[in-house]
Design a protein around this ligand. Structure first.
Ligand code: 4AD
Ligand code: MG
Length: 434
C-alpha cells in the first residue's frame, strides 16, 4: 500500500505513488483529459487523469465527481513547474467515499454569493481557500501570543467564565441562571488575573469573553477571545511597552510563517512589514485636539466612537497608543493619574489602516479606600467584590495589564472588512447560528 500523505507534504514524495484523502475542489475536462483539483485541508493539488492510461471505470468515476465529493485517490506525484504548488498528481485510481448527487449540489459554488447566504452556510464556507487562510493566520497569532508570554516567564492561569459581577460595565452583561442565583458570563478575566498576578507575579489568561453588545458594527462580537496579561509591580508605561512588544512579536511571526495565507487574502504585506518599534504615544487630550481638527464633534470628556478611532488611525503607519482617558468614561478599576486625578492611567492601542482599538488596559487602582469609593460610585454590588478588595487589604502593590481581542487583531492583520470572518462561528447581535 502506498503511504497516505498530506498535500502540504507531497514535495517529499516526488516520483512516488501516494494516497491522498480529501475532497474534490474543482474539475476541468479537456477531451480525453480530466483535471480534478483535490483539497485535503492542508493544501490543493491538481490531478491529471489520462483516458488511455487508466481503466475506463476510473476515468468515469472522476468525471462524475461533483464539488466537495469525498474521496481517497491513489496516484504518482510529479514535479511540474507550471503547477501552483510545484507538483501534480497522475491519478491511478479513486475510491469515492461520497459522490454528492448533481441534483443536490454543494451549496457554495465558485460564483459570488451574498454575505448573509455565506454566513448561513458558515459550516461549509469554512472550507474555502480564503477562510482556511484566515483560520491559519488566527492560529499563528494565538500561538505567537502564547510563545511571547511563555518565553517571558508568564504563567498561564485560567479565569472563570461564570462570574458573580461585572468587570466592564453593567450594560453589556449576559445573565444566566445559576441554580438559585444569577451569574454572568465573563466580560474579561482581569479581576481574577489581578489575584493570580499577586500569586505568580506575571500571569496571562486566554479565553472566551462575552459582551451583550447591542451595536451592530464591523468590530463587535458578543463572544470573542481575549488574551490578558497582568503584571505585579508594573506601571502604565510597562503595560504600554509590553503591548507594543507583543504586537511586534506577533507580526514578525505571522510574516515569517503565514505569507502564503496573507497573499491569498490579498493583504498589503508591506503595510505590516514597515511596522517597527517603538509605537507612537499620544495623550487623550492631544487625540481630542487632532480629532476636532479633522472635523469630529468630539468634546473633552467624551468617548471615541468607531469613526473617531478610524480618523485617528487612518494614514498612520504604526499602531498608536492613546493614554490617559478621562476617568469618568473608563472602568471602575482604573488608577487615577496622581498628577491629574481626572484622567486614568489607561491606554488603548489603535491599529493602523482604520482598524481602531485592538488593546485596552492600564494601571489598576491599588488603594483600598479609593477602590471602595469607586465600587460605590459605579453602583456595583459591594458583596460580590469583597474578594477583590482583599487583594488591596493584603499586600497591595501597583500592577498593570491589558486585554487584546484576538478577532480584532486577526481582522487587522488579515486586512478583513469585518470581524465576522475572524472566528469560525461568530456570535453577533443578530446571529447565533450555525
Ligand atoms: O477595552 P476592553 O473592554 O478591556 C477589558 O476588558 C480589560 N478588562 C482588559 C484588561 O485590561 N485585562 O477590551 C479589551 C479588548 C479590546 O481592546 C478589543 O480588542 C476587544 O477586547 N474587545 C472586543 N472584541 C470583539 N468584540 C467586542 N465586543 C469587544 N469588546 C472588546
Ligand atoms: Mg476598551
Amino acid at each position: 500500500m502506498p503511504p497516505v500523505v498530506e498535500i502540504r507534504k507531497v514535495s517529499e514524495y516526488a516520483g512516488q505513488e501516494v494516497i491522498l484523502q480529501g475532497w474534490l475542489y474543482n474539475l476541468r475536462e479537456s477531451g480525453k483529459l480530466l483535471f480534478p483539483l483535490f483539497r485535503d485541508g492542508t493544501g490543493i493539488i491538481q490531478g491529471v487523469v489520462v483516458k488511455s492510461a487508466v481503466p475506463p471505470e476510473v476515468f468515469d468515476a472522476v468525471r462524475g465527481l461533483t464539488q466537495e465529493s469525498s474521496l481517497r485517490v491513489t496516484g504518482k506525484v510529479r514535479a511540474d513547474k507550471r503547477a501552483p504548488g510545484g507538483f501534480e498528481m497522475d491519478v491511478l485510481s479513486v475510491e469515492v467515499l461520497q459522490c454528492i448527487p448533481a441534483e443536490t449540489p454543494y451549496p457554495i459554488t465558485p460564483k459570488d454569493h451574498g454575505i448573509e447566504f455565506l454566513m448561513d452556510h458558515r459550516h461549509l464556507w469554512l472550507r474555502s481557500t480564503r477562510q482556511r487562510a484566515i483560520l491559519g493566520v488566527r492560529h499563528e497569532i494565538i500561538k505567537a501570543v502564547r510563545d511571547f508570554f511563555d518565553d517571558r516567564g508568564f504563567t498561564l492561569v485560567d479565569t472563570p467564565i461564570f462570574t458573580p459581577a461585572a468587570c466592564e460595565g453593567t450594560t453589556t452583561l449576559f445573565e444566566v441562571n445559576y441554580f438559585d442565583e444569577k451569574a454572568y458570563l465573563t466580560q474579561s478575566g482581569q479581576l481574577y488575573n489581578e489575584a493570580n498576578a499577586m500569586a505568580v507575579g506575571k500571569t496571562y489568561c486566554f479565553g472566551p469573553t462575552f459582551r451583550a453588545e447591542k451595536s451592530k458594527t464591523r468590530r463587535h462580537l458578543t463572544e470573542f477571545w481575549m488574551v490578558e496579561p497582568e503584571v505585579a509591580f508594573a506601571h502604565l508605561d510597562d503595560a504600554m511597552a509590553l503591548g507594543e512588544q507583543m504586537i511586534a512579536f506577533i507580526l514578525e511571526r505571522v510574516l515569517e510563517k503565514r505569507r502564503p495565507e496573507l497573499q491569498t487574502l490579498e493583504r498589503k504585506i508591506e503595510n505590516l512589514e514597515r511596522i517597527k518599534l517603538p509605537f507612537p504615544r499620544m495623550s487623550y487630550d492631544e487625540a481630542v485636539k487632532i480629532l476636532q481638527g479633522k472635523g469630529s464633534e468630539i468634546q473633552w470628556g467624551g468617548d471615541f466612537g468607531g469613526t473617531d478611532e478610524t480618523l485617528l488611525s487612518e494614514g498612520a503607519e504604526r499602531p498608536l497608543l492613546v493614554h490617559r482617558y478621562p476617568s469618568a468614561i473608563k472602568a471602575f478599576y482604573m488608577a487615577p493619574d496622581p498628577l491629574r486625578p481626572e484622567v486614568a492611567l489607561c491606554v488603548d492601542m489603535l491599529a493602523p489602516e482604520g482598524y481602531g482599538e485592538i488593546i485596552g488596559g492600564g494601571e489598576r487602582l491599588a488603594d483600598l479606600a479609593l477602590l471602595e469609593q469607586r465600587i460605590e460610585e459605579h453602583k456595583l454590588p459591594r458583596k460580590a467584590f469583597e474578594w477583590y478588595l482583599d487583594l488591596r487589604r493584603y499586600g497591595t502593590v501597583p500592577h498593570s495589564g491589558f486585554g487584546m481581542g484576538i478577532e480584532r487583531a486577526v481582522a487587522w492583520i488579515c486586512g478583513l472588512e469585518h470581524v465576522r470572518e475572524t472566528i469560525p462561528f461568530p456570535r453577533m447581535l443578530y446571529r447565533l447560528t450555525p
